[in-house]
Design a protein around this ligand. Structure first.
Ligand code: AMP
Length: 174
């Protein structure tokens, strides 16, 4: 996956000093690299009996929607607070400073469904864990979680031990 990793741009000190921002927009600019990433991620869950792919706003949508199409299942947006028009369920989660909230339409997921939860990147794992909690709140089951990039130094996987967790590309100590 080194050729895909090389398509990701790192911008130091964005959005604040000390953060190495892994900018996936440079990979998305590259049609062959973008397609290969999506197909590899979908392939991993081909036999996982996935009924629905849930993508986390906003960069998660870019990766989750084509994975859903590749698996031949529907796509469910997990949105930030106040964006969804219909009846919804929500979960609050802690950020470095303050809290955030993810919401999903309550009629989109239900008991008996197996959901693959997708984001662009796992750092501390807090966002992905909140998304999994929200899936479970609907009565559906998490079939797995997938990200294009995992920042392994931050040990986000420890929050995701209950789930089968796939990352395409890892950044560690770079
Ligand atoms: P976390 O909840 O800490 O796992 O953060 C995951 C979310 O924050 C993802 O949706 C990413 O888009 C974003 N994110 C966190 N750290 C970075 C980083 N170093 N580079 C790019 N995106 C990041």
């Amino acid at each position: 996956m080194e050729h895909l990793k090389n398509l990701i741009r790192t911008i130091p000190d964005f959005p604040k000093p000390g953060i190495m921002f892994r900018d996936l927009t440079t990979l998305f600019l590259h049609p062959a690299g973008f397609k290969e990433s999506v197909i590899a991620m979908a392939h991993e869950f081909r036999d996982a009996k996935v009924d629905m792919v849930a993508g986390i706003e906003s960069r998660g949508f870019i990766v989750a929607a084509p994975i859903a199409l590749e698996l031949g299942v529907g796509f469910v947006p997990m949105r930030k607070a106040g964006k969804l028009p219909g009846e919804k369920l929500g979960v609050e989660y802690t950020l470095e400073y303050g809290t955030d909230r993810l919401e999903v339409h309550s009629n989109a997921l239900r008991k008996g469904m197996r959901v693959l939860v997708v984001d662009d990147l796992i750092a501390t794992g807090g966002t992905m864990r909140a998304a999994c909690d929200l899936v479970e709140q609907t009565g559906a089951e998490v079939a797995g979680v997938a990200c294009l990039v995992e920042l392994t130094d931050l040990k986000g996987r420890e929050l995701l031990q209950d789930y089968s967790c796939f990352r395409l590309i890892e950044f560690a100590g770079e």
